[in-house]
Design a protein. Structure first.
Length: 407
């Protein structure tokens, strides 16, 4: 087949969404010839990654300029980014149509930065469409909204109210109307899709690929928190959980940075645990994965995470995870043996902190062994992508079920 992939984020080693784009392209190229529309900053990294691979000759890169670059891009807020991303998607639709007139694609796939409430430019091409994994449908539990702080509450209320409205715009609805197969990140997002196409629940975090775990045979008593420090990721809950633990020698290591750092530090001081909190900043992916493979536990308290690649990476390395039973993380946890994770149901912040603390204490007291090889997920991301192309192109019949789990 000839496949067109739209992946604004598509470069290995540059974050979760970029990794998903790269793995999608590599999966497609194992069987098909692939054209990729992406942003110019990803092209050099992609070429380096593809050099010498068996699939390099089957992948054709089409750079499409994003209007805002450099320092200006770094200072774009969410609203500003979505404005320019929408313009990029409109351009992607025009470029895709021009490519299709020359190449004649069998399948078109809108792969990364894919939300049920945003435009998919390539959906305007009159060819079978695979859409997703799509996110954007998970909302925070009301019982924990106060933990977000004033700014976080305003942002999440605006997000919760605006996304269903944006999803009704004709330019956004086009993908839902025309897709043959839709991948939804989780059940909450699947429930928001208004489409007659086949919906498969598949987290894009399953695109992760990790190498063999650390050669060390002993786990530390360290708790890892990985990601940007944003209100909705609830880093303050990690501090509350640490303060509630019986393991007084446990250390919380925070990998990442962001606007919530000041609140996190202030709370750690007020609860008397600042001496057990270490801000590590950003590490390269190989460095982080090496340390994560020896960690005692990963805590992931996000209120409305669509996926969570660090969760999949942790479980692949045999490192236990404690997360909120909400959206993508709970979906991901089901892909690995149940003894490696605890999903805590939403409750008030005092009760949640106790439940997180209890689960982490248990993992630190009786740590699982460090496996000799990565622990695979039950579902192959690559196999699901390739099967969706076959269904979209009519080479395999649909399952007959509207919504089901990829397997």
């Amino acid at each position: 087949m000839k496949v067109l992939v739209s992946a604004w984020a598509c470069e290995p080693g540059r974050g979760s969404e970029n990794e998903v784009g790269f793995r999608t392209v590599m999966a497609a190229a194992t069987r098909h010839e692939v054209w990729v529309i992406t942003n110019p900053s990803a092209v050099a990294g992609l070429r380096r990654a593809l050099e010498g691979t068996d699939v390099a000759d089957r992948i054709h890169l089409q750079a499409l300029e994003f209007v805002v670059t450099g320092d200006k891009f770094e200072h774009l807020g969410m609203v500003g980014f979505q404005r320019y991303y929408g313009a990029w998607q409109r351009q992607a639709g025009r470029v895709a149509a021009e490519l299709d007139s020359r190449v004649g694609f069998d399948v078109v796939h809108h792969a990364t930065l894919s939300s049920y409430w945003t435009r998919a430019g390539v959906a305007s091409v009159n060819k079978p469409l695979v859409w997703g994994p799509v996110g954007g449908g998970v909302n925070p539990p009301r019982v924990l909204m106060a933990e977000l702080g004033f700014r976080g509450i305003l942002e999440d209320v605006a997000r919760t109210l605006s996304r269903p409205v944006l999803a009704c715009l004709p330019s956004v609805r086009r993908a839902q109307r025309s897709a043959r197969v839709v991948f939804a990140q989780n059940l909450e997002t699947a429930a928001r899709l208004r489409t007659k196409s086949e919906i498969r629940v598949l987290s894009n975090a399953l695109a992760t690929s990790v190498s063999a775990p650390s050669s060390s045979r002993n786990r530390s008593k360290e708790i890892f928190l990985v990601g940007r420090l944003l209100p909705w990721k609830l880093p303050t809950m990690a501090i509350r959980a640490l303060a509630s633990m019986e393991s007084g020698d446990a250390v919380l290591r925070i990998f990442g940075d962001g606007p919530e750092r000041t609140r996190v530090e202030r709370l750690a001081r007020s609860l008397g645990v600042i001496d057990r909190v270490v801000f590590e900043g950003w590490l390269s992916r190989p460095q982080l994965l090496d340390r994560l493979s020896r960690a005692g536990v990963l805590i992931h308290p996000s209120l409305h995470e669509e996926a969570g690649m660090c969760i999949a990476e942790s479980l692949s390395l045999g490192t236990p995870v404690v997360t909120l039973q909400r959206g993508g993380p709970a979906q991901i946890a089901q892909q690995w043996p149940s003894h490696l994770s605890v999903c805590v149901p939403p409750a008030n912040r005092k009760e949640i902190a106790k439940r997180f603390a209890s689960a982490m204490d248990d993992f630190l007291v009786t740590p699982p062994p460090i496996p000799e090889a990565p622990v695979p997920a039950r579902t192959s991301f690559e196999a699901e992508i390739l099967d969706a192309y076959n269904v979209a192109a009519g080479e395999r019949p649909v399952s007959g079920k509207r919504t089901h789990f990829a397997s």
